[in-house]
Write a protein that binds this ligand. Structure first.
Ligand code: DC
Length: 230
């Protein structure tokens, strides 16, 4: 009998804990994981190194045509190669944080990234984390979740994360403003704006530890509990 490939789609705004939740859930299920923001980030690094004008959608649309983008797993960690170069170390740098939304709003870029994502997600059981996975990338997924949390809670979590890393004490107001700006850009984007799919289960994580979020999702997927509010 043919076994069906399964997926979990986890969407939500910046800083809501999707990435940690997706990793823990993938571990629990023994499935692969795909963090889709990294693909947009890698393309942004490639464009920056080529000095492309990131405000010019036509230039970016042309540049993404036939651009070789590969997701490679090394020791279970996701690496992003563009034109054969491993750009993984540069994905989370401030210049990428500041510019990735400009790249992610270009329809031709989204189409190219969608193709990469579908190719990976339709070949293995996988947890896919992003902004438009349930709505655009894997609309056929049987397991869609949309995580939410207030901007204040997300800024507080980011603040704690940065403090734990050491170094300069971050500015809370700046972190909050950054999260609000990114939300606005993600929500008002003409193509694939950040929205829950109609059949997505919405989980507000304001008062939930990440383990509880993962537990809720796993129960739902394993069909042991149909009512998440119990
Ligand atoms: O999740 P992240 O911070 O790594 O995402 C980086 C950027 O990519 C962010 O601006 C949102 C965008 N993105 C997107 O538009 N669609 C996705 N599926 C994933 C990320």
């Amino acid at each position: 009998m043919e076994t069906k490939i399964q997926s979990v789609a986890i969407d939500g705004p910046a800083g809501v804990g999707k990435s940690t939740a997706a990793k823990l859930l993938a571990q629990k299920l023994g499935w692969a994981i795909l963090e889709t923001g990294a693909i947009y980030r890698a393309i942004t690094v490639n464009f920056i190194t080529k000095n492309l004008p990131l405000e010019n959608e036509d230039v970016l649309a042309k540049a993404v045509q036939n651009l070789p983008v590969q997701v490679v797993y090394k020791n279970q960690k996701q690496h992003l190669f563009v034109e054969g170069v491993d750009l993984t170390p540069y994905l989370r740098t401030p210049i990428v944080d500041q510019n990735v939304a400009l790249v992610a709003k270009v329809p031709a870029v989204r189409e190219a990234v969608r193709a990469v994502q579908r190719q990976i997600a339709t070949s293995q059981n996988i947890v896919v984390e992003g902004r438009d996975i349930g709505t655009v990338v894997l609309p056929e997924s049987q397991n869609k979740f949309f995580l939410t949390a207030s901007p204040q809670v997300r800024a507080q979590r980011r603040f704690k994360e940065l403090v734990a890393k050491g170094g300069e004490v971050p500015n809370f107001s700046a972190l909050l403003a950054d999260i609000q700006k990114r939300d606005e850009m993600d929500k008002t984007r003409a193509v694939s704006p950040l929205l829950p799919a109609q059949d997505a289960i919405i989980i507000n994580t304001d008062h939930l530890e990440i383990e509880s979020v993962v537990h809720k999702m796993a129960l739902k997927i394993l069909r042991k509990d149909q009512d998440l509010n119990k």
